[in-house]
Design a protein around this ligand. Sequence first.
Ligand code: GLU
Length: 424
Amino acid sequence: MAKKVAETCSEGSTLRATLNLIGESVELLRLSPAVYECLKVPMRFVEVSIPVEMDDGKMKVFTGYRSQHNNVLGPFKGGIRFHPDSNPDEVKALSMWMTLKCSLVGVPFGGGKGAVVCDSRKLSLKEKERVSRGYVRAMGEILGPETDIPAPDLYTDAQVMAWMADEYTHIKQKPSFGVVTGKPLPVGGCVGREEATSRGCVIALQQALAVLDIPLEGARVVIQGAGNVGGYSALLLEEEGCKVIAISDSRGGIYNPAGLDAQAVMAHKKKTGSLECFPGAEPVTNRELLQLECEVLLPAALENQLTADNAGQVRARVVVEGANGPTTPEADRIFHERNILMVPDILANSGGVTVSYFEWVQNNYGFRWDAATVNQRLNDKIVEAFRAVYQFNREHCPNAGMRTAAYAYAIQRLAEAMHYRGWL
Ligand code: GLU
Protein backbone atom coordinates (compact mmCIF):
# COMPACT_ATOMS: atom_id res chain seq x y z
CA MET A 1 0.00 0.00 0.00
CA ALA A 2 2.70 2.43 1.00
CA LYS A 3 4.72 1.58 -2.08
CA LYS A 4 1.95 2.47 -4.49
CA VAL A 5 1.70 6.07 -3.39
CA ALA A 6 5.39 6.43 -2.74
CA GLU A 7 6.00 5.64 -6.41
CA THR A 8 4.69 9.07 -7.28
CA CYS A 9 7.56 10.81 -5.53
CA SER A 10 11.18 10.54 -6.48
CA GLU A 11 13.42 7.62 -5.54
CA GLY A 12 15.22 8.16 -2.26
CA SER A 13 13.28 11.33 -1.47
CA THR A 14 12.40 12.35 2.04
CA LEU A 15 8.72 12.31 1.15
CA ARG A 16 8.96 8.77 -0.10
CA ALA A 17 10.71 7.62 3.06
CA THR A 18 8.07 9.32 5.19
CA LEU A 19 5.20 7.71 3.28
CA ASN A 20 6.84 4.32 3.65
CA LEU A 21 7.12 4.80 7.40
CA ILE A 22 3.51 5.93 7.69
CA GLY A 23 2.40 2.91 5.67
CA GLU A 24 4.44 0.55 7.87
CA SER A 25 2.91 2.04 11.01
CA VAL A 26 -0.62 1.65 9.71
CA GLU A 27 0.15 -2.01 9.02
CA LEU A 28 1.89 -2.53 12.37
CA LEU A 29 -1.10 -1.09 14.20
CA ARG A 30 -3.52 -3.00 11.96
CA LEU A 31 -5.41 0.21 11.31
CA SER A 32 -7.85 0.78 8.52
CA PRO A 33 -6.11 1.62 5.22
CA ALA A 34 -8.22 4.79 5.32
CA VAL A 35 -5.77 6.16 7.91
CA TYR A 36 -3.01 5.93 5.36
CA GLU A 37 -5.27 7.49 2.73
CA CYS A 38 -5.90 10.46 5.05
CA LEU A 39 -2.21 10.94 5.84
CA LYS A 40 -0.57 10.31 2.48
CA VAL A 41 -1.22 13.77 1.05
CA PRO A 42 -1.60 17.23 2.59
CA MET A 43 -5.17 18.45 2.96
CA ARG A 44 -4.09 21.57 1.12
CA PHE A 45 -0.93 22.61 -0.66
CA VAL A 46 -0.56 26.20 -1.84
CA GLU A 47 2.10 27.69 -4.09
CA VAL A 48 2.33 31.44 -4.50
CA SER A 49 4.45 33.99 -6.32
CA ILE A 50 5.80 36.77 -4.15
CA PRO A 51 6.89 39.87 -6.06
CA VAL A 52 9.51 41.78 -4.10
CA GLU A 53 11.22 45.06 -4.84
CA MET A 54 14.94 44.54 -4.33
CA ASP A 55 17.26 47.24 -2.99
CA ASP A 56 18.48 48.04 -6.52
CA GLY A 57 14.91 48.94 -7.52
CA LYS A 58 14.41 45.79 -9.62
CA MET A 59 11.49 43.44 -9.08
CA LYS A 60 12.18 39.80 -8.24
CA VAL A 61 9.51 37.14 -7.95
CA PHE A 62 10.03 34.49 -5.25
CA THR A 63 8.12 31.23 -4.95
CA GLY A 64 6.42 30.43 -1.65
CA TYR A 65 4.83 27.23 -0.41
CA ARG A 66 2.54 26.26 2.42
CA SER A 67 1.60 22.67 3.03
CA GLN A 68 -1.34 22.13 5.39
CA HIS A 69 -1.00 18.45 6.01
CA ASN A 70 -3.59 17.45 8.57
CA ASN A 71 -5.67 19.28 11.18
CA VAL A 72 -7.48 16.47 12.93
CA LEU A 73 -5.91 17.54 16.26
CA GLY A 74 -6.14 21.31 15.83
CA PRO A 75 -4.91 24.25 13.71
CA PHE A 76 -2.11 23.54 11.24
CA LYS A 77 1.24 24.37 12.83
CA GLY A 78 4.78 24.50 11.58
CA GLY A 79 7.69 26.65 10.54
CA ILE A 80 8.51 28.59 7.41
CA ARG A 81 12.00 28.16 5.99
CA PHE A 82 13.88 30.42 3.61
CA HIS A 83 16.06 28.08 1.59
CA PRO A 84 17.22 27.92 -2.04
CA ASP A 85 16.63 24.14 -2.26
CA SER A 86 13.11 24.09 -0.85
CA ASN A 87 10.68 22.26 -3.07
CA PRO A 88 7.10 20.95 -2.82
CA ASP A 89 8.06 17.39 -1.86
CA GLU A 90 10.34 18.54 0.92
CA VAL A 91 7.73 20.95 2.30
CA LYS A 92 5.07 18.23 2.18
CA ALA A 93 7.29 15.78 4.07
CA LEU A 94 8.16 18.42 6.65
CA SER A 95 4.46 19.17 7.16
CA MET A 96 3.80 15.45 7.72
CA TRP A 97 6.49 15.38 10.38
CA MET A 98 4.77 18.30 12.10
CA THR A 99 1.48 16.37 12.23
CA LEU A 100 3.32 13.43 13.77
CA LYS A 101 5.39 15.61 16.10
CA CYS A 102 2.37 17.45 17.53
CA SER A 103 0.49 14.20 18.01
CA LEU A 104 3.48 12.50 19.64
CA VAL A 105 4.20 15.25 22.13
CA GLY A 106 0.51 15.85 22.84
CA VAL A 107 -0.05 19.41 21.69
CA PRO A 108 -3.44 20.17 20.09
CA PHE A 109 -2.14 21.18 16.67
CA GLY A 110 -2.08 19.69 13.23
CA GLY A 111 0.88 19.75 10.88
CA GLY A 112 1.93 22.42 8.42
CA LYS A 113 5.09 23.75 6.86
CA GLY A 114 6.04 26.60 4.59
CA ALA A 115 8.98 27.81 2.57
CA VAL A 116 10.21 30.61 0.40
CA VAL A 117 12.73 29.55 -2.23
CA CYS A 118 15.54 32.02 -1.62
CA ASP A 119 19.06 32.30 -0.29
CA SER A 120 18.45 34.40 2.77
CA ARG A 121 22.17 35.08 3.20
CA LYS A 122 22.07 37.03 -0.05
CA LEU A 123 19.14 39.22 1.04
CA SER A 124 19.60 42.53 2.82
CA LEU A 125 17.59 43.02 6.01
CA LYS A 126 15.09 45.21 4.15
CA GLU A 127 14.73 42.66 1.35
CA LYS A 128 14.20 39.91 3.92
CA GLU A 129 11.49 42.02 5.52
CA ARG A 130 9.75 42.52 2.16
CA VAL A 131 9.92 38.77 1.41
CA SER A 132 8.43 37.99 4.86
CA ARG A 133 5.61 40.50 4.49
CA GLY A 134 5.00 39.39 0.89
CA TYR A 135 4.63 35.79 2.04
CA VAL A 136 1.91 36.80 4.51
CA ARG A 137 0.11 38.94 1.94
CA ALA A 138 0.11 36.05 -0.51
CA MET A 139 -0.89 33.42 2.07
CA GLY A 140 -2.91 35.62 4.45
CA GLU A 141 -6.20 33.98 3.62
CA ILE A 142 -5.13 30.53 4.78
CA LEU A 143 -3.23 31.64 7.89
CA GLY A 144 -4.72 32.62 11.25
CA PRO A 145 -4.42 31.99 14.99
CA GLU A 146 -7.22 29.45 14.77
CA THR A 147 -6.37 27.94 11.39
CA ASP A 148 -2.66 27.87 10.56
CA ILE A 149 0.15 29.20 12.74
CA PRO A 150 3.68 29.47 11.27
CA ALA A 151 6.92 29.65 13.26
CA PRO A 152 10.65 29.98 12.57
CA ASP A 153 12.58 27.27 10.73
CA LEU A 154 15.81 27.23 8.69
CA TYR A 155 17.02 30.81 8.12
CA THR A 156 13.96 32.43 9.65
CA ASP A 157 13.91 33.82 13.17
CA ALA A 158 12.02 35.92 15.72
CA GLN A 159 12.46 39.07 13.62
CA VAL A 160 10.89 37.40 10.58
CA MET A 161 7.99 36.30 12.80
CA ALA A 162 7.54 39.88 14.07
CA TRP A 163 7.27 41.19 10.50
CA MET A 164 4.81 38.45 9.65
CA ALA A 165 2.66 39.13 12.72
CA ASP A 166 2.71 42.84 11.93
CA GLU A 167 1.69 42.30 8.31
CA TYR A 168 -1.11 39.97 9.32
CA THR A 169 -2.29 42.53 11.89
CA HIS A 170 -2.44 45.19 9.15
CA ILE A 171 -4.44 42.89 6.89
CA LYS A 172 -6.90 41.96 9.63
CA GLN A 173 -6.99 45.45 11.14
CA LYS A 174 -6.70 44.07 14.67
CA PRO A 175 -3.79 42.80 16.76
CA SER A 176 -3.46 39.09 15.98
CA PHE A 177 -0.07 38.14 17.36
CA GLY A 178 -1.16 34.53 17.87
CA VAL A 179 -0.94 34.01 14.09
CA VAL A 180 2.74 33.09 14.42
CA THR A 181 4.90 31.80 17.25
CA GLY A 182 8.59 32.23 17.95
CA LYS A 183 8.12 36.01 18.13
CA PRO A 184 10.36 38.43 20.04
CA LEU A 185 9.32 38.89 23.69
CA PRO A 186 7.92 42.45 23.34
CA VAL A 187 5.41 41.34 20.68
CA GLY A 188 3.95 38.31 22.40
CA GLY A 189 6.93 35.95 22.35
CA CYS A 190 7.45 33.29 25.00
CA VAL A 191 10.44 33.23 27.28
CA GLY A 192 12.65 30.27 26.38
CA ARG A 193 11.19 29.76 22.85
CA GLU A 194 14.48 30.54 21.10
CA GLU A 195 16.37 27.73 22.82
CA ALA A 196 13.32 25.45 23.22
CA THR A 197 14.25 23.00 20.45
CA SER A 198 17.69 22.54 21.97
CA ARG A 199 16.32 22.26 25.48
CA GLY A 200 14.00 19.52 24.22
CA CYS A 201 16.97 17.74 22.59
CA VAL A 202 18.89 17.89 25.84
CA ILE A 203 15.96 16.46 27.81
CA ALA A 204 15.57 13.65 25.26
CA LEU A 205 19.32 13.01 25.38
CA GLN A 206 19.20 12.74 29.20
CA GLN A 207 16.42 10.19 28.93
CA ALA A 208 18.30 8.18 26.31
CA LEU A 209 21.51 8.09 28.36
CA ALA A 210 19.52 7.09 31.44
CA VAL A 211 18.01 4.03 29.74
CA LEU A 212 21.50 2.96 28.63
CA ASP A 213 22.93 3.63 32.08
CA ILE A 214 25.46 6.11 30.73
CA PRO A 215 26.21 9.00 33.11
CA LEU A 216 25.32 12.46 31.81
CA GLU A 217 28.28 14.00 33.59
CA GLY A 218 31.23 13.85 31.24
CA ALA A 219 29.27 12.26 28.36
CA ARG A 220 31.02 13.15 25.10
CA VAL A 221 28.76 14.84 22.57
CA VAL A 222 29.46 15.62 18.90
CA ILE A 223 27.21 18.25 17.32
CA GLN A 224 26.77 18.73 13.60
CA GLY A 225 25.53 22.30 13.06
CA ALA A 226 26.04 25.48 15.06
CA GLY A 227 22.84 27.33 14.17
CA ASN A 228 19.89 27.80 16.49
CA VAL A 229 19.59 24.12 17.46
CA GLY A 230 23.27 23.11 17.44
CA GLY A 231 24.49 26.30 19.10
CA TYR A 232 22.04 26.35 21.99
CA SER A 233 22.45 22.58 22.45
CA ALA A 234 26.19 23.05 22.95
CA LEU A 235 25.60 25.71 25.60
CA LEU A 236 22.90 23.77 27.43
CA LEU A 237 24.85 20.50 27.34
CA GLU A 238 27.87 22.23 28.82
CA GLU A 239 25.64 23.48 31.67
CA GLU A 240 24.53 19.88 32.25
CA GLY A 241 28.11 18.69 32.63
CA CYS A 242 28.48 16.98 29.24
CA LYS A 243 31.65 17.33 27.22
CA VAL A 244 31.03 18.85 23.79
CA ILE A 245 34.07 17.48 21.96
CA ALA A 246 33.24 18.63 18.42
CA ILE A 247 30.90 20.99 16.58
CA SER A 248 30.63 22.10 12.97
CA ASP A 249 28.99 24.63 10.70
CA SER A 250 28.62 24.69 6.92
CA ARG A 251 32.32 25.54 6.54
CA GLY A 252 33.72 22.71 8.67
CA GLY A 253 34.16 21.56 12.23
CA ILE A 254 36.41 21.84 15.26
CA TYR A 255 37.44 19.07 17.63
CA ASN A 256 39.04 18.80 21.03
CA PRO A 257 38.90 15.37 22.74
CA ALA A 258 39.25 17.07 26.13
CA GLY A 259 36.09 19.11 25.49
CA LEU A 260 35.45 22.50 23.93
CA ASP A 261 34.50 25.60 25.87
CA ALA A 262 31.03 25.96 24.31
CA GLN A 263 30.53 29.53 25.52
CA ALA A 264 33.82 30.57 23.95
CA VAL A 265 33.07 28.65 20.74
CA MET A 266 29.72 30.38 20.26
CA ALA A 267 31.23 33.78 21.11
CA HIS A 268 33.94 33.11 18.47
CA LYS A 269 31.29 32.18 15.89
CA LYS A 270 29.31 35.31 16.65
CA LYS A 271 32.38 37.49 16.34
CA THR A 272 34.02 35.96 13.26
CA GLY A 273 31.02 34.43 11.51
CA SER A 274 32.47 30.90 11.59
CA LEU A 275 34.12 28.27 13.77
CA GLU A 276 37.38 28.36 11.81
CA CYS A 277 40.56 29.18 13.71
CA PHE A 278 38.98 28.63 17.12
CA PRO A 279 42.00 28.42 19.44
CA GLY A 280 42.64 25.13 21.21
CA ALA A 281 40.85 22.87 18.74
CA GLU A 282 41.82 21.00 15.64
CA PRO A 283 39.85 21.34 12.41
CA VAL A 284 37.79 18.35 11.23
CA THR A 285 35.81 17.77 8.07
CA ASN A 286 32.12 17.02 8.20
CA ARG A 287 32.84 13.38 7.41
CA GLU A 288 35.44 13.05 10.16
CA LEU A 289 33.14 14.74 12.65
CA LEU A 290 30.36 12.21 12.11
CA GLN A 291 32.82 9.37 12.77
CA LEU A 292 34.28 10.62 16.05
CA GLU A 293 34.05 8.34 19.04
CA CYS A 294 31.48 9.74 21.47
CA GLU A 295 28.48 8.83 23.59
CA VAL A 296 26.05 11.06 21.67
CA LEU A 297 25.93 12.30 18.10
CA LEU A 298 23.57 15.23 17.67
CA PRO A 299 22.94 16.05 14.00
CA ALA A 300 21.46 19.55 14.03
CA ALA A 301 21.99 20.76 10.49
CA LEU A 302 20.28 19.59 7.33
CA GLU A 303 18.43 16.57 6.00
CA ASN A 304 20.11 13.35 4.78
CA GLN A 305 23.43 13.71 6.57
CA LEU A 306 23.67 10.18 7.97
CA THR A 307 23.49 7.80 5.05
CA ALA A 308 24.33 4.20 4.04
CA ASP A 309 27.73 5.61 3.17
CA ASN A 310 28.75 6.79 6.65
CA ALA A 311 26.37 5.13 9.17
CA GLY A 312 28.65 2.11 9.50
CA GLN A 313 31.47 4.35 10.73
CA VAL A 314 29.47 6.27 13.34
CA ARG A 315 30.98 5.60 16.77
CA ALA A 316 28.23 6.95 19.04
CA ARG A 317 25.98 5.05 21.44
CA VAL A 318 23.04 7.38 20.85
CA VAL A 319 21.93 9.59 17.95
CA VAL A 320 19.66 12.49 18.89
CA GLU A 321 18.12 14.12 15.82
CA GLY A 322 18.06 17.86 16.44
CA ALA A 323 17.48 18.49 12.72
CA ASN A 324 14.48 17.29 10.79
CA GLY A 325 15.27 14.19 8.72
CA PRO A 326 19.08 13.97 9.10
CA THR A 327 19.09 10.15 8.79
CA THR A 328 18.17 8.22 5.65
CA PRO A 329 16.15 4.98 6.02
CA GLU A 330 19.24 2.90 5.13
CA ALA A 331 21.31 4.61 7.81
CA ASP A 332 18.48 4.13 10.28
CA ARG A 333 18.53 0.38 9.60
CA ILE A 334 22.30 0.28 10.06
CA PHE A 335 22.05 2.06 13.41
CA HIS A 336 19.39 -0.38 14.54
CA GLU A 337 21.55 -3.36 13.54
CA ARG A 338 24.52 -1.83 15.32
CA ASN A 339 22.49 -1.26 18.47
CA ILE A 340 22.86 2.51 18.35
CA LEU A 341 19.88 4.07 20.11
CA MET A 342 18.06 6.50 17.83
CA VAL A 343 16.04 9.38 19.25
CA PRO A 344 14.13 10.37 16.12
CA ASP A 345 13.48 13.94 15.03
CA ILE A 346 9.74 13.96 15.73
CA LEU A 347 10.59 13.23 19.36
CA ALA A 348 14.01 14.83 19.81
CA ASN A 349 13.26 18.23 18.29
CA SER A 350 9.64 18.58 19.38
CA GLY A 351 10.64 21.08 22.09
CA GLY A 352 10.31 23.90 19.54
CA VAL A 353 6.69 23.30 18.69
CA THR A 354 5.90 22.48 22.31
CA VAL A 355 7.01 25.92 23.48
CA SER A 356 5.31 27.40 20.39
CA TYR A 357 2.14 25.90 21.80
CA PHE A 358 2.87 27.50 25.18
CA GLU A 359 3.35 30.84 23.38
CA TRP A 360 0.05 30.49 21.55
CA VAL A 361 -1.78 29.63 24.79
CA GLN A 362 -0.30 32.73 26.46
CA ASN A 363 -1.27 34.90 23.46
CA ASN A 364 -4.83 33.60 23.66
CA TYR A 365 -5.03 34.30 27.37
CA GLY A 366 -3.04 37.53 27.33
CA PHE A 367 -0.94 36.10 30.13
CA ARG A 368 2.79 35.56 30.61
CA TRP A 369 4.48 32.53 32.12
CA ASP A 370 7.92 32.75 33.71
CA ALA A 371 10.97 30.78 32.56
CA ALA A 372 10.68 28.21 35.34
CA THR A 373 7.07 27.41 34.34
CA VAL A 374 7.91 27.12 30.64
CA ASN A 375 10.93 24.89 31.25
CA GLN A 376 9.15 22.65 33.74
CA ARG A 377 6.20 22.14 31.38
CA LEU A 378 8.54 21.50 28.47
CA ASN A 379 10.45 18.96 30.54
CA ASP A 380 7.23 17.16 31.50
CA LYS A 381 6.10 16.95 27.86
CA ILE A 382 9.39 15.60 26.48
CA VAL A 383 9.95 13.13 29.31
CA GLU A 384 6.40 11.82 28.90
CA ALA A 385 6.80 11.49 25.12
CA PHE A 386 10.19 9.76 25.41
CA ARG A 387 8.92 7.24 27.96
CA ALA A 388 5.80 6.55 25.91
CA VAL A 389 7.80 5.89 22.74
CA TYR A 390 10.41 3.80 24.54
CA GLN A 391 7.75 1.67 26.16
CA PHE A 392 5.76 1.37 22.93
CA ASN A 393 8.94 0.19 21.21
CA ARG A 394 9.52 -2.57 23.77
CA GLU A 395 5.91 -3.71 23.90
CA HIS A 396 4.71 -3.45 20.32
CA CYS A 397 7.67 -3.46 17.94
CA PRO A 398 10.77 -4.79 19.76
CA ASN A 399 12.41 -5.75 16.46
CA ALA A 400 12.17 -2.24 15.07
CA GLY A 401 13.82 1.00 16.13
CA MET A 402 12.59 4.02 18.03
CA ARG A 403 11.57 5.81 14.82
CA THR A 404 9.06 3.12 13.96
CA ALA A 405 7.74 3.30 17.53
CA ALA A 406 7.49 7.09 17.44
CA TYR A 407 5.60 7.04 14.13
CA ALA A 408 3.26 4.30 15.25
CA TYR A 409 2.57 5.94 18.60
CA ALA A 410 1.78 9.27 16.92
CA ILE A 411 -0.35 7.65 14.22
CA GLN A 412 -2.34 5.68 16.75
CA ARG A 413 -3.36 8.95 18.42
CA LEU A 414 -4.18 10.56 15.08
CA ALA A 415 -6.29 7.55 14.10
CA GLU A 416 -8.25 7.77 17.35
CA ALA A 417 -9.01 11.44 16.70
CA MET A 418 -9.97 10.69 13.08
CA HIS A 419 -12.24 7.95 14.29
CA TYR A 420 -14.06 10.18 16.79
CA ARG A 421 -14.36 12.97 14.24
CA GLY A 422 -15.93 10.55 11.78
CA TRP A 423 -13.19 10.75 9.16
CA LEU A 424 -12.73 7.01 8.90
N1 GLU B 1 10.26 24.70 12.83
C1 GLU B 1 10.17 24.00 14.06
C2 GLU B 1 10.00 22.51 13.82
O1 GLU B 1 10.33 22.00 12.78
C3 GLU B 1 9.13 24.59 15.00
C4 GLU B 1 7.73 24.62 14.49
C5 GLU B 1 6.76 25.40 15.35
O2 GLU B 1 7.15 25.89 16.39
O3 GLU B 1 5.61 25.51 14.93
O4 GLU B 1 9.59 21.78 14.69
